[in-house]
Design a protein around this ligand. Structure first.
Ligand SMILES: Cc1ncc(COP(=O)(O)O)c(C=O)c1O
Length: 353
């Protein structure tokens, strides 16, 4: 298939030297409005240095990140001057965006010795738990996860398949009880556990800044104008927001915020002053907040499935936010995330017709 060469296509050379690609050579970064899969130069930085180092011994770790960015044409007829792209995070081995921050947090702890001889401990209701479980199993490090007992069967089975231990908290006490319980366990046995603390660990957002943001920048050839995401731990929006704004301060960061009930798996409610704000969330990076109607999010997940994009609830919610932003701006290059894969929601009502 013929690919258009981006006007600024360059070949990245080792040791930071950059030279023009010779005529006929494959471009380092292309953006082709008629293609769905963009080719790009691999970003470099601490996250990738550590990943490369540890993947030499544990090769599966090398599979995290470098996900495709696809053009989404759902709104093209109505809004022809807006280009929409989605990072397909289900291409990660754990099937979600959480592989990136979990890998970053664990590798940093291995590097500085905090994890030596200990069990990884954290709370999660789903995707992060799966990431901890498979990465722990790849490294041969034991993992304990504090999980509310209403977590879906798909998730629990995957976590157990990797040999991780699940400690259940009562669903009726809410997710906050899992957060309290994990702290109690970490404080009770500090010599046994390395408490990863994804809500307060800076390597969560740093992983997104050094991998997700770099990839988006390279894959759009620096043309991205808006990034749309929500907040679970705040790692994505903080890291990608900071990373993209460092490249171009004009990039706008748009945050979708759902109602607490029925809620969206993976996302935190933030509208109420009493809602707990994750320690790593940098609200300063957010340019605008958008109300995300949960029903519209579900409809959008179903609409995306009809065009071959099979994401979960939060992905539909992000895409509903993309539509609102697209209508408001009329022209631009919007990037969002397909956070995980639709199969993870078979036991929910998401795919009921
Ligand atoms: C499905 C899903 N969507 C969105 C998010 C939000 O990502 P972040 O924690 O980076 O804010 C998560 C986080 O767990 C998630 O699992």
């Amino acid at each position: 298939m013929k690919r258009n060469r981006a006007p600024n296509a360059r070949l990245l050379m080792p040791r930071g030297r950059i030279r023009r690609a010779p005529e006929g050579a494959p471009p380092a970064a292309t953006i082709d409005p008629h293609s769905t899969h963009l080719v790009y130069a691999l970003p470099m930085g601490r996250f990738h240095d550590l990943q490369k180092k540890w993947a030499a011994r544990y090769p599966a770790l090398g599979l995290v990140g470098h996900t495709p960015l696809v053009r989404v044409d759902l709104f093209r007829e109505e809004l022809p001057d807006v280009e929409v792209y989605a990072k397909i995070e289900s291409f990660n081995p754990g099937g979600s965006l959480k592989d990136r921050p979990v890998l970053g947090m664990i590798l940093e702890a291995l590097e500085d010795g905090r994890l030596a001889g200990k069990t990884i401990l954290d709370s999660s209701s789903g995707n992060a738990a799966i990431a901890y479980a498979w990465i722990g199993s790849a490294l041969g490090v034991p993992v304990r996860l504090v999980v509310p007992d209403n977590a879906s069967l798909e998730r629990k089975k995957r976590i157990l398949a990797h040999g991780a231990e699940i400690f259940h908290t009562a669903a009726h006490d809410g997710y906050d009880e899992a957060l309290r319980e994990v702290r109690r366990q970490a404080e009770r046995e500090p010599e046994r556990f390395f408490f990863c603390d994804q809500y307060g660990n800076e390597h969560n957002w740093r992983a997104h800044m050094e991998s997700t943001a770099e990839e988006i920048w390279a894959q759009t050839g620096g043309r991205v104008t808006h990034f749309v995401a929500g907040v679970g731990t705040g790692g994505t929006i903080t890291g990608v927001g900071r990373g993209l704004k460092a490249k171009n301060p004009d990039v706008q960061v748009e945050c979708v915020v759902p109602d607490p009930f029925p809620g969206v798996e993976g996302l935190k409610p933030l509208k109420d002053p009493d809602d707990i704000v994750p320690a790593i969330l940098d609200k300063g990076v957010i340019d605008r907040m958008w109300d995300a109607d949960v029903d519209r999010g579900w409809e959008m997940s179903q609409r995306m499935a009809k065009v071959g994009l099979f994401g979960g609830q939060s992905s539909g919610c992000y895409m509903a936010g993309v539509y609102d932003v697209a209508k408001a701006i009329g022209k631009g290059v919007i990037v969002t995330m397909l956070n995980d894969v639709g199969e993870r929601y078979m036991s929910t009502r998401l795919w009921d017709r």
